[in-house]
Design a protein around this ligand. Structure first.
Ligand SMILES: Nc1ncnc2c1ncn2[C@@H]1O[C@H](COP(=O)(O)OP(=O)(O)O)[C@@H](O)[C@H]1O
Ligand SMILES: Cc1ncc(COP(=O)(O)O)c(N)n1
Length: 579
């Protein structure tokens, strides 16, 4: 349905016809169900990036057909949020938070800046607000709205009555735009961002135009003339009273609710209340949560979600970002920012250990086999450590019959070993496991996930290898963004059933046409590794072995001998090339 309607039209249909989302009276926010076997819920959560349902409880309100991009014939129009807000020099709140939240949710975000603030993790500095003139706000609005297909307008800091009026004028010209109003008045640090003078124009003109209003407790209280809001019951009352001022939906945010174990928000749509609860994350890094929540709601509406669904996804997103940001340190003050991409922490952990793929690392490529290690009574971790100490230059975990949870545990311990030796670790086939343990990459076969998709999921800095038996497959792998190809089986092998062998001729034919570095695989060991490397293909970088290392009593010794043979073969081919 959403694909045949423009996103803004669809969100308006949903907003106008409230019947499109189911009404569940005072329903607590559904919590994630964890798949019984498999990835721990937290990792599923991160991998699925809060977009998908984990478990089944959410089905009561979620529209599955909301599309992130609208395809008008051959051109793809992306969902688009325009944020009208203030700039935060510290990058934690305001325009900067809005841009990051929309980007993280896969939505385009344009910006109209209403004020420039000088703030950081301590707060807004003295004389730290410079308001943009009404004329120039109008100019920015004109630039964006006269040209771009905006679906939803989200407002943050609106520091003067004049600026609110200019915005209202534009909204009148574009009556189909959905409007999310975050009535920013005071920052987390307690600094005033919009004075009491704007309250009248908010109440009388902006709120009646809003599809959803998202005040925190302080803002709700201010808009209601100083009403005390200290309990969840007060939040219900406030939501109802604010709804009477005209917005179609009101979300009163309880981040600052005293003595609350949960982070409770109350949504009122004019008929039903929804009490949305999330675990309260213990963190000081909460600067920008309100802006992020409102932007995320706007982003989901722009994709075509109904209000309740948009709010639930946004709240989950904020909870996840708060959790992932709780240890990051950006400044010396008490209010740190969120990590919208759930990544900073991870990148800090691996900083200095991230390197670009080096084809030379393919020289001795060790591929594990859980059966063999079990037979020899050793753990994968010990096996991998011995292989590396013997001279393996890259490791691939190929655990075809492991349970997902066990596979992740094994992969995490192998990651530690590999990182400590500076050797890349790839995961066979399982992109989810690679993400869960932050492996260096993935190796896929022809019938696994297509390399192009793996690249999209893993991003540009991970290593991707593809098994190929023909020059055409090798070409496809290159086009799809792979880093290397594995060619084989060169010789018959017991480690892979029904595997057609390509022989040395097949290997050479692929090497000669491949634009990617090649590693040979299949039945290779001490006795034939030299012959394989001697075929005279400069892009044949090494051999991948399974049994020749892991089905031996002393892994370290076998790896050492193989490495010597390979170094000698490389040396000989260099002599041949220079002759
Ligand atoms: N410590 C926390 N843990 C989980 N969620 C939180 C926490 N603090 C705030 N939230 C949530 O973040 C969103 C923003 O709320 P709030 O902090 O009240 O807004 P603002 O940033 O505008 O003051 C709400 O959904 C709220 O429930
Ligand atoms: C420019 C700008 N806009 C909004 C906020 C509110 O964010 P928070 O409540 O997290 O301080 C802010 N501090 N600065």
């Amino acid at each position: 349905m959403a694909s045949s309607l423009s996103a803004s039209l669809y969100s308006h249909v949903c907003l106008a016809r409230n019947e499109s989302f189911s009404r569940v009276p005072v329903k607590a926010l559904s919590r994630c169900l964890v798949p019984r076997k498999g990835l721990p819920a937290k990792r599923c959560f991160r991998i699925l990036y809060n977009r998908k349902i984990i478990g089944a409880v959410d089905s009561m309100v979620t529209r599955e057909d909301a599309t992130p991009a609208i395809n008008d014939g051959s051109k793809i129009r992306v969902p688009h949020v325009l944020t009208v807000a203030g700039s935060d020099s510290g990058g934690g709140a305001g325009i900067q938070a809005d841009l990051k939240a929309c980007a993280a949710r896969g939505v385009y975000c344009s910006t109209v800046i209403t004020a420039v603030t000088a703030q950081n993790t301590v707060g807004v500095q003295v004389a730290g607000v410079s308001v943009v003139s009404e004329e120039f706000v109008a100019e920015q609005l004109k630039s964006v709205l006269s040209d771009m297909h905006v679906d939803v307008v989200k407002t943050g800091m609106l520091p003067s009555v004049g600026i609110v009026k200019v915005l209202l004028h534009s909204l009148n010209e574009f009556p189909n735009l959905a409007l999310v109003v975050d009535p920013v008045m005071v920052s987390t640090s307690g600094d005033v961002l919009a004075g009491p003078s704007i309250i009248d124009v908010f109440r009388e003109e902006l709120l009646p135009r809003a599809d959803i209003l998202t005040p925190n407790l302080h803002e709700a209280s201010t808009l209601l003339g100083g009403k005390q809001i200290k309990t969840v019951g007060d939040m219900y009352q406030a939501a109802k009273l604010l709804h009477d001022m005209g917005p179609r939906n009101v979300l009163v945010k309880g981040g600052d609710l005293p003595d609350s174990f949960d982070a409770v928000d109350v949504l009122f749509d004019g008929e039903e209340f929804y009490e949305l609860r999330a675990a309260r994350v213990k963190t000081c890094n909460t600067h920008g949560t309100g802006c992020t929540l409102a932007s995320c709601i706007a982003a989901e509406l722009a994709k075509g979600s109904p209000i309740l669904s948009a709010v639930k996804v946004a709240k989950r997103f904020v909870e996840a970002t708060l959790d992932y940001s709780k240890e990051i340190v950006v400044g010396n003050g008490p209010q740190g920012p969120l990590d919208h991409f759930l990544r900073i922490k991870k990148d800090i952990q691996v900083s200095g250990k991230h390197w670009a793929f080096d084809p030379k690392s393919l020289v001795l490529y060790a591929v594990t086999d859980s059966g063999m290690n079990r037979n020899w009574g050793r753990s994968i971790m010990v096996a991998v450590k011995d292989a590396i100490e013997g001279g393996a230059t890259i490791v691939q975990l190929r655990e075809k019959d492991a349970e997902t949870g066990d596979f992740i545990e094994a992969a995490k311990s192998c990651m530690e070993v590999c990182r400590s030796y500076g050797v890349p670790l790839l995961i066979n086939d399982r992109v989810d496991v690679a993400l869960a343990c932050d492996a260096d990459g993935v190796h896929v076969g022809q019938s696994d996930m297509p390399a192009r998709l793996v690249r999209t999921i893993l991003g540009p800095d991970k290593i991707i290898g593809v098994s190929c038996k023909t020059p055409e497959q090798a070409h496809r792998a290159w086009v799809d963004g792979a880093d290397y190809i594995g060619c084989g089986g060169v010789y018959p092998t017991n480690t892979k059933a029904n595997n057609r062998t390509i022989g040395l001729d097949g290997l050479k034919a692929i090497c000669l046409t491949s634009k990617l570095p090649v590693v040979a695989i299949g039945g290779i060991g001490l006795l034939n590794a030299g012959t394989v490397m001697g075929i005279g293909a400069p892009n044949l970088e090494g051999v991948a072995v399974v049994s020749a290392i892991f089905d031996r009593e002393c892994i370290l010794e076998e790896a050492r001998k193989l490495r010597l043979v390979l170094e000698e073969a490389k040396h000989q081919s260099l002599i041949r090339e220079s002759a």
